[in-house]
Design a protein around this ligand. Structure first.
Ligand code: NAD
Length: 318
């Protein structure tokens, strides 16, 4: 397959900020059709990317348009039926996080993808951020990870997302949970504290994980604090990486107090957000997988494990 024909369901904020610009740059992708319930968003996006075939009914689009892959980019409580319909039509499917509202939905989507021989991918973009992939490679070159940390802080008081449809950990702090699985593998022990700080909904998420290889992972998340800060640490024998992919990374080696300092734009070779923050790279990975038939790193079955870890963090909370 030289080129991949892609259809899109959803012409909202995130899709326009990250996915359309990424795919538009790929010479081996044809954006063949767009569907959105909102005609204004539909035409604005389709005009911008020169897409002629425009739909407000995704079922009609699936019947009329020939494509290999469909991006379904919309809030998680609207995803399920659309994803299953695309899989039944034999399309490879890319969705954003969270992959549905419950881990059971994610598991079912994974089963449907397998049954219909479709590839699938969830946009856990942190795994594709150039600063983080570079640090992971350097840390692992020194030996196995011994300790990993993912923090995610926000100043946000609007309650659970989408007027309460999805809790904060599942919807958003899940990025930090997924990053810990990416760093350390599958956890064999989990202890956690989930707090309701001046609120009737959970807004603080803390966990201590022990991975199968004995390494330890730490999650720190809090939605009522100073501002959005989202950082990562990876440690192995003789190397420590303290990483803020919005800004700088500090790499300490062999006891030297002077760190190597990485700038996120320099590492990404770009100042554009969709490239510094892993969106461009995750899209490239998905398209390459569609071309080669390889299972994407964050396929629905893998994403179900991250959703199950979210469940475990709630279940183990003391
Ligand atoms: N990876 C990240 O860092 C990140 C950041 C922000 C948002 N997200 C995720 O991206 C997803 C989309 O968020 P968004 O802010 O772009 O949403 P949005 O509400 O701006 O856009 C969704 C679009 O989907 C359309 N839509 C809904 N149902 C439809 C249907 N049945 N048929 C056709 N169109 C339909 C809506 O009209 C809307 O235009 C969410 O899951 C969110 O969690 C991820």
């Amino acid at each position: 397959m030289d080129t991949v024909n892609v259809s899109f369901i959803g012409a909202g904020n995130l899709a326009n900020a990250m996915h359309y610009p990424s795919l538009h740059e790929f010479e081996d992708v044809n954006l063949v059709a767009i569907c959105d319930l909102n005609p204004e968003r539909l035409h604005r996006t389709a005009d911008k990317y020169g897409v002629e075939r425009r739909y407000t009914d995704y079922q009609q689009m699936l019947k009329e348009v020939d494509c290999e892959a469909v991006y379904v980019i919309m809030p998680p409580h609207h995803l399920y039926d659309l994803v299953i319909t695309c899989l039944e039509a034999g399309k490879h499917v890319f969705i954003e996080k969270p992959p549905g509202v419950t881990s059971e939905q994610t598991r079912q989507m994974a089963r449907w993808a397998e049954r219909h021989h479709c590839l699938s991918m969830v946009g856990f973009n942190r795994r594709f951020i150039p600063m983080l992939t570079k640090a992971k490679a350097e840390v692992e070159a020194r030996g196995p990870l011994v300790q990993g940390v993912a923090t995610f802080y926000k100043h946000y008081f609007a309650g659970p997302y989408y007027k309460g449809a999805v809790d904060i950990l599942t919807s958003d702090a899940i990025h930090a949970v997924d990053a810990l699985r990416w760093m350390g593998g599958e956890p064999k022990k989990v202890a956690s504290s989930v707090r309701y700080l001046e609120a009737t909904y959970a807004n603080s998420f803390n966990a201590l994980l022990e991975f199968e290889n004995g390494a330890v992972g730490v999650l720190l998340g809090n939605w009522i604090v100073g501002a959005r800060v989202h950082t990562f640490e990876m440690h192995a024998k003789g190397i420590s990486a303290f990483l803020n992919p919005d800004n700088k990374g500090y790499i300490y080696r062999e006891g030297r107090n002077e760190p190597e300092i990485w700038d996120t734009c320099e590492v990404a070779g770009s100042r554009e957000r969709h490239k510094t923050y892993g969106f461009f790279q995750e899209n490239r990975h998905f398209i390459d997988c569609v071309k080669t038939g390889q299972l994407p790193q964050t396929h629905f079955g893998d994403a179900a494990k991250t959703m199950e870890l979210v469940d475990l963090i709630y279940a183990k909370a003391f």
